[in-house]
Design a protein around this ligand. Structure first.
Ligand SMILES: NC(=O)c1ccc[n+]([C@@H]2O[C@H](COP(=O)([O-])OP(=O)(O)OC[C@H]3O[C@@H](n4cnc5c(N)ncnc54)[C@H](OP(=O)(O)O)[C@@H]3O)[C@@H](O)[C@H]2O)c1
Length: 245
């Protein structure tokens, strides 16, 4: 593992992406690809300490250097490093990796951004059973002493390269599902530090809804559509009434 001390970190201040008022969180990343770089970069800008963990040390080093991470190492080293650990590997790989790393992930908050998706004749399809089955639930079963959060999976990685992403005058809402108060608090803190608005959406049994939403959105984008055009706020309709239960 290569790492630098905190004084050498590329910590940002206000105006460069973070909220400027949050504490530094140590985050390990499993994976060295597009999501590792995009989210890892957002967290470095927000002042957090990131370790990139990959099975290919050269790729981990490249990704870490590209985002100004605190260091890089193996997946096990990244899992042990983080108070939070991002799973940024293919969905079909993630549960097996979590099982291999279960001891390293114990006590950690595991951030699962995976999208269980495969091409099908009429658009991408879920590769889980849906319902209450999800990669997130499978991760929780594979690493039972970790606290899993389903989060960050419904958007393309490019969004996370934007400092303080905001659209139509509002900070980006980031929905997440998890079961424990500790993981809820950490996800809330992390999302807020990125300049975004945390949106708790219930327990992990609801993670399948987020995974299906991601697959649905990708299908819309692949067909040339824009999901944002399909979800205007009801309040924009004249005479709208609040029909929330
Ligand atoms: N890209 C997006 O816009 C986006 C958006 C939302 C969610 N996601 C989800 O985020 C996850 C990562 O996507 P990505 O776009 O970052 O993928 P990616 O660029 O292809 O990177 C995948 C990473 O997973 C690693 N990996 C693959 N198999 C592995 C194994 N058996 N053990 C350890 N590491 C392994 C790869 O390492 P090697 O290089 O060694 O193969 C690579 O570092 C996926 O689940 C995806 O569905 C992606």
């Amino acid at each position: 593992m290569t790492s630098h001390n905190a004084n050498e970190l590329n910590i940002i201040d206000d105006g460069n992406g973070g909220d400027g008022g949050s504490r530094t969180i140590r985050i390990g990343i499993l994976g060295t690809g597009a999501m590792a770089a995009a989210l890892g970069g957002a967290w470095v800008r927000a002042g957090h300490e990131v370790m990139v963990g990959g099975r290919d040390a050269a790729a981990a080093a490249r990704t870490a250097a590209g985002i100004g991470a605190a260091g890089y190492g193996s997946p096990a080293e990244a899992a042990r490093y983080g108070e939070a650990v991002l799973v940024a590997v293919p969905a079909d790989v993630a549960p097996r990796l979590a099982e291999e790393l279960a001891a390293d992930l114990a006590g950690r908050t595991v951030l699962d951004c995976t999208v269980p998706m495969a091409p099908a004749a009429d658009g991408p399809a879920l590769t889980t059973l849906g319902g209450t089955d999800s990669v997130a639930v499978r991760l929780a079963a594979a690493a039972p002493d970790a606290q899993v959060v389903k989060v960050f999976g419904i958007l393309h990685e490019s969004i996370w390269t934007l400092p303080r992403p905001a659209f139509e005058g509002a900070p980006l809402a980031v929905p997440f599902c998890t079961d424990t108060p500790h993981a809820t608090a950490l996800a809330t803190e992390l999302i807020t530090s990125m300049g975004c608005a945390p949106q708790f959406c219930g327990g992990l049994h609801r993670a399948a809804l987020l995974e299906a939403t991601a697959v649905f959105a990708i299908g819309v984008w692949w067909s040339g559509g824009e999901t944002r055009h399909a979800f205007p706020a009801p309040a924009l309709a004249p005479g709208a009434v609040d029909d929330a239960p």
